[in-house]
Design a protein around this ligand. Structure first.
Ligand code: SAH
Length: 225
């Protein structure tokens, strides 16, 4: 899936720098700036982009908003409503569940001052909202970009192999057998024992392979004693 980022009339150089850095952190394929309010190669932008500053060469500056939209286009906003079709929304953790994996995903972010206009929102296929405090749901632009890119990264791109290895069902079963044996010896009350074993199963299932093996090692020694 190709991920494209569209920034509509960005106003802040610091935010723009942070966004370039995020674009590199989360391997955004294309960045489009519609009528930016500053020179995108400004020294301040590059300073805040840190090692993401080379991503400035990926930025295409456009005059026309409509032509920036491609593939599945998703606008973002702090203002939502169930009653207004333009403002009906999805939440970030549902992206893959709702839309599957499109070939091209375009994420659209608005101006720091006034966000996206109704007309701009209406041209997107969907509206994405990060639910924050009802009292103050408006995030800083670069923070909103960070949350959304992280969700996309997590759902579509994170290499599962890099996560710690999980224990096999057999390993969990083995630990549970030993725990059951120990519980039988040391916990008389049967009801209490069953409840304890259920919560222990939950605990063991959350462990990594390495952690579960360590536990099994010590419990095995206990059992032998
Ligand atoms: N005063 C503006 C604030 C815009 S904040 C307004 O009322 O719309 C700048 C941009 O950050 C928004 O256009 C949107 O793209 C993003 N953003 C801010 N808060 C968000 C939230 N809670 N969920 C999704 N996007 C958000």
């Amino acid at each position: 899936m190709k991920v494209r980022l569209v920034l509509v009339e960005p106003e802040g150089k610091i935010n723009f720098g942070f966004i370039l850095r995020l674009a590199k952190n989360f391997e955004v394929d294309e960045i489009l700036a519609v009528k930016p309010k500053f020179d995108i190669r400004d020294e301040e932008v590059l300073r805040f982009a840190a090692q993401g500053k080379d991503y400035v060469s990926k930025v295409k500056v456009l005059e026309d908003y409509k032509s920036a939209l491609m593939g599945l286009s998703i606008c973002t906003s702090a203002k939502v409503s169930d009653a207004d079709p333009v403002r009906s929304f999805v939440v970030p953790w549902e992206l893959k569940e709702v839309f599957g994996e499109p070939e091209v995903l375009t994420l659209v972010f608005g101006r720091e001052s006034v966000g996206l206009t109704r007309e701009e929102l209406a041209l997107c296929d969907a509206l994405l909202h990060v639910p924050a405090s009802k009292r103050y749901p408006v995030l800083n632009l670069s923070h909103a970009v960070a949350i959304v890119l992280w969700e996309v990264w997590k759902q579509y791109r994170l290499e599962r192999g890099k996560l710690p290895e999980r224990p096999s069902g057999e390993e969990v079963g083995l630990v549970m057998e030993v725990l059951e044996e120990l519980a039988k010896r040391f916990v008389r009350d049967e009801v209490k024992r069953d409840r304890l074993l259920i919560s222990l199963r939950r605990l063991v299932s959350k462990g990594t392979k390495q952690e579960v093996r360590s536990l099994l090692y010590v419990l095995g020694k206990c059992l032998k004693r």
